[in-house]
Design a protein around this ligand. Structure first.
Ligand code: TRP
Ligand code: ZN
Length: 505
């Protein structure tokens, strides 16, 4: 599918989509960094991305001191990583792609290391005990590059722009710019001390702390106190206008807007506090220290991403961007607060964020989520390849297929129809309370839904998440069928016309 077409599909069905980043492939036992039994593994055990993350330790905090020249794309960094071992370790690894390492210390002592394409394997001078504090300092430099999204011919991860850089990618971004335990199961807080030429501004996750000019360069410090998954970490260099508001509940909303898109994005940005309070009314209190968004000018950015506290938005979403803002802010609960346990659980992110868009449509008078769901079910013929994607285990190739978004949201509507409103909202609230600041799996979600509702939901989830075909009509009609008013149906169907045209075999 050509990018333009894919984009129109995205716009049609939910707000976004993007093709997956190339995966590794491995089976059998996880490789380790060395021969001895106390060597750490080179992957966390995610079947889709066997090399992502590492075994044997748990990071609490990344302190990233980075000097970046947008003109040359040269990056020099010192990453101070505070962790704890979860087993005795004679060696362990971090994930890092391309950049050159010049020095490493472990607990203050020089360490030795070796590299593969994705792994930085470190041997400390003295082996580490289990449950020990581990401070790793890695000095590195080089010319970061993004990851190509093959089907889109687009770059993600580290995206250079005319004005600087935008850092956004999923599932892979962090390894392009710092050594990291790159999997959502190892969540940490971050300090970003980013030094750039004086003419540039910097935005990152969390809250700004200080700016300190030294000659022609200024160091911008941002703190992300709330622990987050590594793919959600971002720093962005550009010509930002940074605007801060405080909502009626005292939440700072910090937006970084390229002046060249200000007119385009203004109306949607203005609605952020309203959207946040709408989402709070559905999902419970906003979970983090701040909110906002990053609005670059570049056409090289072809998507939006739910970077924690401060999502990044491509310019093409605007001026009709309210829905994508709903989507990315909903991810703050579903994706960021509760992260995927394995990447195959992705429908727990994208289905929920899409469902939030359907709730917002209702709020805007465009039909209930049940009407939206039914209209989509009717509009996509049973023979469409849309229904082939098994969203509970979509495979790396289909990780961000439109079905993960749309069928994911339909799954939630089917659940809601089955258990009723009270149990449905209670399931969502219990989910964020139980798995917040942690990861959640599809199995855990099903178990929790059954526990809260007291119902056996095995068939429902089998049909929606694991069957490679269109669920039967009875699966979308629920019990109290309400037929969609023409306006809502017409809306949903006009989206799907464009979807169907592009995806027909
Ligand atoms: N998670 C993003 C969203 O729906 C979309 C996305 C998928 C993405 N893959 C990506 C963004 C790769 C950037 C890079 O909000
Ligand atoms: Zn999303």
């Amino acid at each position: 599918m050509r990018p333009q077409r894919l984009l129109s599909v995205l716009l049609a069905l939910s707000t976004l989509v993007i093709a997956p980043v190339a995966a590794g492939s491995a089976s059998g036992p996880l490789a380790t960094c060395g021969p001895s039994p106390d060597a750490g593994t080179l992957g966390i055990g995610d079947p889709y991305y066997p090399r992502f993350g590492n075994g044997g330790y748990d990071v609490q905090h990344y302190d990233l001191a980075i000097r970046y020249g947008p003109g040359t794309n040269h990056l020099r960094g010192v990453a101070t990583i505070a962790a704890q071992t979860t087993q005795a370790l004679s060696c362990f690894s971090l994930d890092l792609v391309r950049l050159n390492v010049s020095a490493i210390t472990v607990n203050g002592d020089p360490a030795t290391w070796s590299r593969t394409h994705h792994e930085l394997m470190i041997t400390p001078a003295t082996p580490l005990g289990s449950g020990a504090d581990l401070t790793v300092v890695v000095s590195y430099e080089g010319f970061p590059k993004g990851f190509v999204i093959p089907s889109l011919d687009a770059v993600s991860g580290f995206i250079r722009t005319a004005d600087g850089v935008v850092v956004a990618g999923e599932p892979e971004a962090a390894t392009a710019w710092f050594p990291v335990n790159d999997h959502p199961t190892d969540r940490a807080s971050y300090t970003f001390a980013i030094t750039v030429p004086n003419a540039y501004q910097v935005v990152a996750n969390g809250v700004p702390e200080s700016e300190d000019a030294q000659g022609n360069w200024t160091t911008h410090v941002w703190q992300a106190h709330d622990p987050m998954a590594s793919y959600l970490a971002t720093f962005d260099v550009g010509e930002w206008t940074i605007r801060t508001r405080v909502t009626s509940t005292g939440l700072p909303v910090i937006d970084a807007i390229d002046p060249d898109v200000l007119r385009r994005v203004r109306a949607s940005v203005r609605r952020e506090p309203e959207i946040l309070s709408f989402l709070e009314s559905k999902f419970g209190p906003y979970p983090f220290e701040s909110a906002g968004g990053i609005f670059p000018d570049t056409r090289r950015l072809g998507f939006a991403l739910e970077t924690q506290t401060r999502p990044i938005y491509a310019r093409y979403f605007f001026p009709h961007g309210d829905s994508v803002i709903v989507h990315e802010l909903a991810h703050q609960w579903f994706g960021d607060l509760v992260s995927v346990h394995r990447w195959q659980d992705i429908w727990l992110n994208e289905g929920f964020a899409t469902y939030a868009e359907w709730l917002w449509r209702e709020h805007e008078g465009l039909g209930t989520p049940r009407q939206t769901s039914k209209a989509i079910w009717r509009a996509i013929p049973a023979r469409s390849p849309f229904w082939d994607v098994v969203i509970g285990d979509p495979g790396v190739e289909n990780l961000f297929d439109g079905a993960v978004y749309t069928r994911g949201a339909m799954t939630l509507q089917a659940l809601r129809d089955e258990v009723g409103d009270d149990a449905f909202w209670s399931i969502l609230h219990t989910w964020t309370q139980t798995y917040g600041f942690d990861t959640g799996s599809t199995d855990a979600f099903i178990a929790l839904a059954e526990q809260v509702s007291g119902q056996d939901l095995g068939d429902l989830f089998d049909v929606w998440l694991f069957a490679p075909n269109r669920p039967p009509a009875s699966a979308v009609t629920g019990s109290g069928v309400v037929s969609a008013p023409p306006v809502a149906t017409e809306h949903a169907i006009s989206w799907l016309r464009s979807f169907d045209r592009h995806s027909a075999p």
